[in-house]
Each structure stands twice: as structure tokens, then as C-alpha cells.
Ligand binder design. Structure first.
Ligand code: R7I
Ligand code: MG
Ligand code: MG
Ligand code: MG
Length: 304
């Protein structure tokens, strides 16, 4: 059975990965901008769109008692702020929804087949915290949460892989068994090939360097160049500290906030929040309350 500490770890790992990774995301210009806007008035590290959209999903689920796509699309649009560093396509899409365009139309308006950015995967661990009793339901609800902004099959598959991995981790499944289950759910050649590489590395006890991960699995803003990298980084750091995970993800360069958020949420799902409580972050109490509310709605029996 998952513990409340794992729920806290999953949410705080995501937000801390995001906020700690954000100063290193992208090129010189993006890093300069983040230097100017990366702290709250009280000097706390700010998180970005990765955490904001995760909060939107959590609040929508908790308030509606189900995944309501119209409600979620409205929340995404209402929360949009340029200073959270949204992906370029998602920023345009959310502005269209904000002006009243239905999400079904907006989500196809920017990229011809819908976005394959990692913006659906980065927020997908929340689904695993809410839909813990049935894997098929988890997968179909994850797809519904993703397609509001990311209707491309690779973006949806990336979201499903993160949700499923989170689900298996909070339910104490071993890395070997997680990999076997992920293999059953990899539909695309892209993710399937990457998973085989991770499997081969782990079975031969090879520890890839950050450079090797970036080159082989990717470090970009697309789902297919960041989801498997993040899963791999999380697996490599399950028995190491959160700060080692962060510094490894930073060395991978590229989309550091999102890779750290996805690796961080998986690390926290496994290790809980105890060792990361003291790291300062924007709105920590609100984040913790969300984790507790998600945990409480699942109705896990209390320990004897
Ligand atoms: O996926 P998305 O919300 O971006 C999330 C990223 C994370 O790093 C966040 O931290 C934030 O910084 O942004 O935003 P999108 O713009 O939908 O997708 C991200 C990028 O993937 C796009 O800007 C494109 O460069 C690329 N991309 C595509 N390129 C060509 N054709 C996504 N879909 C396509 C496509 O269909
Ligand atoms: Mg971001
Ligand atoms: Mg950005
Ligand atoms: Mg990012």
C-alpha cells in the first residue's frame, strides 16, 4: 500500500525538480530571464508550468471527483502566465482556450497532428496518485488529461509511461518488473527502442553518464526526447540522494526543469519526502496540502 509520505514525495519531488532545474533550462537568454524572475518576493525558488499544470490537474480532480476535461481545460487557461515559462505551443493554445475556443479545436490549431511536447508527461504523475485502484482506468484518464493540450500519440504515450511508472513505484514494484510492464505499454518504436537501451544498461550494470543519456535518450522538450531519460535518471538514483539526482539531471543539460520534475516525482514516489522537506520552495504548504488531499481521497486503510 502506498504511504502518505510517498504522496508528499511525489508532489514535492516534482515541484522541487522543476524549481531547482528551472535556472538551468534552455539557452543563455532563457537562463538570464529566469535570473530576473526565478524567485518570489520572499526569495523562495519559483516553480514553472510543470508544477502549475500538475496543481491544476490535482485541484480539478479533487473538486470534481472525476476527470472533467472542460473544467481542466478552463483551469489550464486561467492559470496561464507567461512568467511560468510555458512551452511555446502550449502558451498559444491556452490563450486560445482563454478566449473561448473549445480545447478540442485549440489543441489541433498549433501543430498539425497535435503537440508531441513533453507538457503532458510532466504533469502525469498526479493521475497515478488519484486513480490508484485500476490500471486501465488510470491509462484512459491519463490519455484524457493529456489530449487537452497534447493530442499527438507520442505525447500521450509519454504521459502514460510517466503515470504508469509512478503507479508501479507507489505500489512498491521493483525496477525489473516496472521495465517489463512498461514494455507491454510502449506502442511506438521511439519509446520501445529507448526502453530496450535502458534495460540493457541496467542488466549489464552500466551506469550511463549524463552526456550519454542526453545523446542516447535525449534532453529536449519533446516527449520522445525526455520521458525515457527522466525514467532512467530516476532508476539510477533510487538509492541515492535527491540532490545527487538534481545535479545529474542538470548535467544532462537541455530541458532541465522538466527532466528534473519527471525524475524528481518518480524519486519522491519511491523515497518519500522526509529527506527533502527542508529544501525551500514557493507555496510549499499548498503543495503539501494537495498531496495529503490526494492521499485521503483514495481511502487507503489506516495502518493497524
Ligand atoms: O509540450 P509543451 O507544453 O512544453 C513543455 C516544455 C517544458 O520544458 C516546460 O518546462 C516548458 O518550458 O515547455 O509545449 P509545446 O510547445 O507544445 O511543445 C514543446 C516543443 O516541442 C515545441 O515548442 C516544439 O519545438 C516541439 N514540438 C513539435 N515540433 C514539431 N512538430 C511539439 N510538437 C511538435 C510538432 O508537432
Ligand atoms: Mg517548465
Ligand atoms: Mg521553458
Ligand atoms: Mg521544461
Amino acid at each position: 500500500m502506498p504511504s502518505k509520505d510517498q504522496y508528499l514525495g511525489c508532489i514535492l519531488g516534482l515541484a522541487l525538480g522543476d524549481a531547482m532545474g528551472a535556472p538551468y533550462e534552455g539557452g543563455i537568454l532563457e537562463q538570464l530571464i529566469w535570473k530576473l524572475i526565478g524567485r518570489t518576493k520572499d526569495g523562495l525558488p519559483r516553480w514553472t508550468d510543470d508544477t502549475q499544470m500538475s496543481i491544476d490537474i490535482a485541484m480539478s480532480l479533487l473538486d470534481n471527483g472525476e476527470l472533467n476535461q472542460l473544467d481542466l481545460s478552463t483551469r489550464f487557461a486561467n492559470s496561464y502566465k507567461w512568467s511560468r515559462g510555458y512551452g511555446p505551443g502550449t502558451a498559444r493554445l491556452l490563450k486560445r482556450i482563454g478566449k473561448g475556443e473549445p480545447w478540442q479545436k485549440a489543441s489541433m490549431a498549433i501543430f498539425k497532428n497535435g503537440s508531441f511536447g513533453n507538457g503532458a508527461a510532466m504533469r502525469a504523475s498526479i493521475l497515478a496518485l488519484y486513480f490508484n485502484d485500476n490500471i486501465d482506468r488510470l491509462l484512459s484518464e491519463t490519455k484524457r488529461s493529456a489530449e487537452i493540450t497534447h493530442s499527438h500519440p507520442l505525447a500521450i504515450e509519454g504521459a502514460i509511461l510517466i503515470a504508469l511508472t509512478t503507479h508501479l513505484i507507489i505500489n512498491h514494484v521493483t525496477i525489473d518488473d516496472i521495465i517489463n510492464t512498461l514494455k507491454e505499454h510502449c506502442k511506438s518504436k521511439e519509446f520501445g527502442t529507448q526502453l530496450k537501451i535502458i534495460h540493457a544498461w541496467l542488466s549489464s550494470n552500466h551506469t550511463p553518464s549524463p552526456k550519454e543519456i542526453a545523446k542516447t535518450l535525449g534532453n529536449g522538450m519533446t516527449a520522445q526526447s525526455s520521458v525515457m531519460s527522466s525514467i532512467c535518471i530516476a532508476f539510477l538514483h533510487f538509492d541515492k540522494s535527491f540532490s545527487e539526482l538534481l545535479s545529474f539531471a542538470r548535467s544532462c543539460k537541455g530541458d532541465v526543469d522538466t527532466i528534473s520534475a519527471m525524475a524528481g516525482t518518480l524519486w519522491g514516489a519511491r523515497n518519500g519526502a522526509t529527506t527533502i522537506y527542508s529544501i525551500p520552495i514557493e507555496q510549499r504548504q499548498e503543495l503539501e496540502q494537495i498531496a495529503v488531499n490526494l492521499f485521503n481521497q483514495v481511502n487507503y486503510p489506516s495502518p493497524a
